[in-house]
Design a protein around this ligand. Structure first.
Ligand code: 3HC
Length: 530
């Protein structure tokens, strides 16, 4: 049996999440009672279960016999009375407090007194749901991640009223299902959504402002930050209505404007374009349009590249050119033959002087690239005397230049000639880089999206809501991030985080983008977070 003292578990609501949870429980060997409001909804729930397990059989992950056994463990019904024999019921109905309260009222009446009642809410306070029942001590949150059969994290939420034994039993059940429980208190967004949704909303704002395209933002976060999906593909997976509900709930608690839902997101939801489940959201999901298609590598010989400035970045760029079979020129006399000249000085003043000198030496048509990504490309460009030829070029992870097709972000200023930005993207492609385009704003795409998220994680740690291990587990196991934010901060460098955040704060004056005091303190002390 999976989990001490739970053997028969009810699931109320068999939408995407409820059906996924029922599957996980049945796979764990438990008897499951799945409840829906009517026969049609029940039929859709059955289809969810059959499709998902059928997919596992097709992939050779499950035998047909095991699939039959799993489906045989799930009894489907439209009658709440069938939950009478359950020792745990998980509610997964739509995110409306009135609806959830109504469901819990019914559960309270039909379930045994000692049964634990759990909600899979992603945005409503568990405390509010518990308060409407006659057994708040036996009400917990169990927050699964989409797709439930795949994602390993389950947040277990204890309210101030929940008895420790109920929490411990649910956490044990989660472990028995092969998942990792992270037990936390009842705050809007819990750990993972609180850290995820500021980032998703900011990405929507970036798109709306015209900073970059949907595909470039998705590609940047996958290629430049190693995420399994870009923000728009992920929002379409989660469901845009759910995204909006989660953002509204977090905003109501935090009053942090980064959680004030982007008007674009709200508009899509009002239009009924909810993502994968309705066939269209940020993407069209009819098989014709795949999220963020990989750009075709541009053809042509490797370009001749001039690198001015010395230091680790200049070395990384030279190594990258070497790998692409590109000839590198460093002396002023040789710059005339270059297709691209990259300023890679460690010091901005020195870089400006070097690029201005280089601008006099190069042939017409040479692209001049500035590597600072703090929203000041335009200043460097003006200093060259030929701003139409200047773009910003940022490699979010220069140390990763040994990996296949690392990301190059190319920023055009208001003065950059349109064909110059096109040529820069083509040259980057010929250097084996994955090029994305954006405007000249602090952090370009990747850093502008990841450092505020990392700052939020530091703030969460500093506020004592969750420890470093729980925060990292939430993002790696709940959202498939390659590493958690606390580990990321130490890897990327706390001083770099503070520098980027200060640039973002200076540009936007958004108080939430000021570096968290914990980061500043660690930088001053010269100590990593762990
Ligand atoms: N249902 C069941 N299984 C699925 C699935 C689904 N919808 N989608 C994928 N899978 C399984 C596949 O069968 C495959 O399993 P296998 O290796 O045993 O054959 C495995 O997942 C990998 O699938 P694919 O190879 O098809 O696809 P990817 O490698 O691209 O992975 C992904 C897909 C697992 C969805 C990955 O892109 C990912 O981790 N994305 C991030 C998802 C995420 O962040 N989820 C959390 C969202 S926030 C949330 O849910 C909270 C809520 O409150 C809003």
């Amino acid at each position: 049996m999976t989990g001490r003292s739970f053997s028969r578990v009810g699931v109320v609501g068999l939408g995407t999440m409820g059906a996924g949870i029922a599957e996980v429980l049945a796979r764990g060997g438990l008897s499951v009672v799945g409840i829906e409001v009517d026969r049609d909804a029940l039929e859709r729930g059955r289809e969810h279960l059959e499709t998902s397990t059928g997919r596992a059989v097709k992939r050779g992950r499950l035998t047909e016999e095991a699939r039959r056994e799993i489906l045989g463990r799930v009894a489907l019904s439209v009658d709440f009375a069938d939950l009478g024999g359950c020792d745990l019921v998980v509610e997964a109905v739509p995110e409306r407090l009135d609806l959830k309260r109504k469901v819990f009222d019914q559960l309270d009446r039909v379930c045994r007194d000692d049964a634990v009642l759990a909600t899979n809410t992603s945005s409503l306070p568990v405390t509010d749901i518990a308060a409407g029942t006659g057994r708040p001590a036996k009400v917990v949150g169990v927050h699964f991640f989409n797709p439930a059969p795949v994602m390993k994290l389950v947040e277990v939420i204890a309210t101030v009223r929940t008895e420790p034994d109920a929490v411990a039993r649910v956490a044990e059940l989660v472990k028995g299902l092969g998942k990792t429980p992270v037990t936390i208190g009842d705050r809007a967004g819990f750990v993972a959504n609180r850290l995820l949704f500021g980032y998703l909303n900011q990405a929507a704002g970036m798109l709306e402002s015209g900073h970059a395209t949907r595909d470039d933002i998705d590609t940047a976060m996958k290629t430049g930050a190693g995420l399994p999906m870009g923000p728009f593909a992920l929002m379409d997976l989660i469901g845009l209505d759910t995204c909006l509900q989660v953002l509204d709930a977090i905003y109501a608690e935090s009053r942090d404007r980064r959680h004030a839902a982007s008007p674009l997101l709200r508009e899509l939801v009002t239009a009924g374009l909810l993502g994968r489940k309705t066939g269209r959201g940020f993407y069209v999901h009819d098989g014709a349009e795949a999220p963020a298609p990989a750009a075709e590598a541009p053809g042509g010989p490797p370009p001749v590249v001039g690198v001015v400035g010395v230091g680790p970045l200049a070395d990384a760029i030279a190594a990258l050119c070497d790998r692409a079979g590109s000839r590198v020129r460093a002396s002023a006399a040789e710059l005339a033959g270059c297709d691209l000249v990259i300023e890679a000085a460690e010091d901005a003043e020195a870089g400006r002087a070097l690029l201005s000198t280089a601008a006099q030496a190069v042939k017409p048509g040479t692209v001049l690239a500035v590597t600072s990504a703090d929203g000041t490309v335009i200043r460097q460009a003006m200093a060259t005397g030929r701003p139409a030829d200047v773009i910003g070029l940022h490699l979010p992870d220069p140390a990763a230049t040994a990996t296949a097709a690392p990301l190059a972000e190319i920023a055009a200023t208001v003065a950059t000639a349109p064909d110059v930005a096109d040529r820069a993207a083509d040259l980057a492609g010929r250097l084996g880089l994955t090029a994305v385009r954006c405007r000249d704003r602090a952090g370009f795409i990747v850093d502008a999206l990841r450092f505020p998220y990392l700052n939020d994680a530091a703030a969460m740690l500093g506020a004592g809501y969750a420890d470093a291990d729980s925060i990292d587990a939430a993002m790696t196991l709940g959202c498939g991030y390659p590493t958690g934010p606390i580990a990321d901060l130490d890897r990327l460098g706390l001083d770099r985080a503070v520098t980027v955040l200060r640039a973002l704060h200076t540009e936007t004056r958004d108080p939430a983008l000021a570096p968290d005091p914990l980061l500043v303190e660690h930088v001053t002390a010269g100590r990593p977070l762990r």
